[in-house]
Design a protein around this ligand. Sequence first.
Ligand SMILES: [Ca+2]
Ligand SMILES: [Ca+2]
Length: 424
Amino acid sequence: MGAGTLNLTGTSPTATIGAAGAPVVVLDMTTTALSGVLQIRSGTGQLRIGGTGTGTLSIAGGVVSNWWGFVGNESGARGTVAITGGTWANGGNLAVGLSGTGTLTMTGGVVTVGGTLSKGTYGTINLSPGGGLHIGTGGTTGVLDTDLTNNGTLVFNRSDASIFAGVVSGSGAISKRGVGNLKLTGPNALTGSTTIQQGTLQLAHAAALSASTVSVLSGGTLSLSPGLVTTIGGLKPGSGGVVDVGNGLLTVAEGLSTFNLYVSLSTGRGSGSWDGTAGIKSGSAAASGGSRTVGWLDNGDGSVTFGYAAPGDTNLDWKLDIIDIANLLGSGKVDTGLTATWAEGDFNYDGFADILDITDIVATGLFDTDSYNAATGALAAVPEPATLGLVGVAAGVALVIAATRKRVPPSANPDADTERVLVP
Ligand SMILES: [Ca+2]
Ligand SMILES: [Ca+2]
């Protein structure tokens, strides 16, 4: 048609390019023109690549927009779409190879799907470096109804709550946009980055983002399903966003230093009740009225763990028992004036392990009781301090104090220094 315009203005116009059975139909949107626009109008306009035969759609620039899109949808059909630039906007669903053979390859530009993106047995979706795929366009629809190898950029963009139950793998990036909550319930193997630009990304699987480094920008929140224990590949929590551990536990496999972790925890702790507007916080701890907090561990293998905790739970196993008292004893930090970690007895984030931290332990009334974190995700009721529990805590505290007295620093203990000199 050259620079011509084709207008079909009937109530139900249908345009078929190429005769039935024609081997190849090419609809070529290129940047050699200013910018081509193919618009299939109204609420139900469909674009079928392949139809009942063979079809190809190549978009290198401009915009192709339609309601539903089909790539190799009919039985026996063969549809191929290659996006190297420009935009293919599907207002509704996009189906790839449901009954026929369909291939959608994105090496540039953007494909948006306002409805549901689904893939059949003979469907192939190649999201390659440079290519972008947007699920949802900021409204209340948009579903990725297939597993996906993502080597480009995958954007989730909805204003309401939604769930992705599939598995995304590949080395590409995920971007969470839109103010809604997106829950990831599958074991995504993506090794690229995940960026939360808006709204909440909720981890709901122990390996929801086990190999991805997550950045949480201002306006974004990373959250955990109730009681979830999960691992992510990395975390950049200092970008203005919020990490809300709720009553779960999050391990960051690598790249988050204890220094940056501590800074983020201190930021999220806010005025002391874990309701900060940035950094690492806990809505569950905030709701506990001060009886719960957030603990952290340096696992010694490059990974760190942090999450919902009661003061005194040095190993973050959601129980307060003799192991925790032993850890306190073993740290040798109590009342020494030496800086202490959580595992060494600092539970109130003043940097030291002292009587204030011991008091916090006793106040929990949890010693030798069952897990204080209900599996249902609801906050466990704080039990009345049991007599045995109090005896246990008292015994433990006595041990700590006794040990502390024996651990007078060598410089303040001439005898110790002398012994050190005499005994090589
Ligand atoms: Ca414990
Ligand atoms: Ca302390």
